[in-house]
Ligand binder design. Structure first.
Ligand code: BJW
Ligand code: ZN
Length: 246
């Protein structure tokens, strides 16, 4: 354990009834083998977001979009939570005040790691949504069969994720913004901090008097407002931050 990564401020807030928010991004799951979006090995190196992660792309070619999501579903199905996910669950278990995990990740690994109070603000790979009746259904089966999959109502199903140009689910978003504005400490881990509206959250926390801790391999636009920046892999730094070993 690297004692220099321990955050006395985080541990003190957790133990004294403070409100804690974790804001997670793709880097949180990188050590589980889930590709990130940006950066050298990121998905956007080989795939164009506008071809795959917009409503227009799905309208043009739902089979292509579904093939990409099926590939990712198959990949993530083989992945397990890593020490970063476990550290978040451990922190939630220790917190005596409020705790909320706001995750941009659609892989569901935080759920598998046992975190209970979370908001998946960009949706979930393991759910479909019907373009006809709007039903959201959990679908863990893989492969899904003929693409695009169909609802029992006959409508076309899409992945229940948030694409560029789409609004985030309103209730989910408002609870994330409210928690950011009320927290004592926000830990921002493994996100490039460039995708809005979620990229606003650290600023909201900071402007409301919260203490912001960033964990990332490299500096990001969030680093300049953060009170602590811990550079390193989330699977090593997060357990150190909360003072646990996995
Ligand atoms: C490690 C690590 C390790 C690695 N340890 N760290 C112009 C046109 C249209 C829209 C816009 C526009 N300009 C702005 C917008 C708004 C747009 C936006 O913000 N775009 C910017 C990119 C410019 N946002 C939206 O469109 C959002 N909706 C919205 O704003 O609605 C209102 C509106 C309506 C109409 C028009 C305009 C606005 C929706 C955003 C939806 C994002 N969706 C995705 C895909 C989800 C589904 C899926 O997975 O397929 O969400 S895109 C992708 O980015 C995904 C992620 O959740 C999100 C954030 O990425 P994240 O998590 O930060 O990952 P990376 O890869 O960027 O970073 C990883 C980080 O980890 C790096 O920093 C590494 O260093 C680090 N790392 N390994 C620690 N081991
Ligand atoms: Zn339907």
């Amino acid at each position: 354990m690297d004692a220099s990564n321990r955050s006395d401020r985080l541990v003190a807030a957790a133990e004294s009834g403070g409100g804690i928010v974790i804001l997670a991004g793709a880097g949180m799951s990188a050590e589980s083998g889930v590709p990130t979006f940006r950066g050298a090995d990121g998905l956007w190196r080989n795939f164009r977001a506008e071809d795959l992660a917009t409503p227009g792309a799905f309208a043009r070619d739902p089979v292509l979009v579904w093939e990409w999501y099926e590939w990712r579903r198959g990949l993530v199905a083989e992945c397990e939570p890593n020490a970063a996910h476990s550290a978040v669950t451990e922190l939630e278990n220790r917190v005596t005040g409020s705790f909320l995990l706001v995750t941009q990740n659609v892989d569901g690994l935080h759920r598998v790691a046992g975190t209970r109070n979370y908001r998946e603000v960009h949706g979930c790979l393991w759910e479909t949504r019907c373009l006809g009746c709007g039903d959201v259904v959990e679908r863990r089966d893989h492969p899904l069969g003929e693409l695009p999959p169909k609802c029992t109502c006959g409508g076309t199903l899409r992945p229940n994720v948030v694409w560029f140009g789409e609004n985030l689910p309103e209730a989910t978003l408002s609870s994330a913004f409210a928690a950011a504005g009320e927290c004592d400490v926000m830990v921002v881990a493994g996100t490039s901090g460039v995708v809005y509206p979620i990229a606003h959250l650290p600023r909201i926390a900071k402007d409301a008097g919260g203490y912001v801790i960033e964990v990332n391999l490299e500096r990001t636009p969030i680093s300049t407002l953060a009170d602590e920046v811990h550079l390193g892999p989330a699977g090593e730094v997060l357990p150190d931050l909360v003072g646990v070993t996995f």
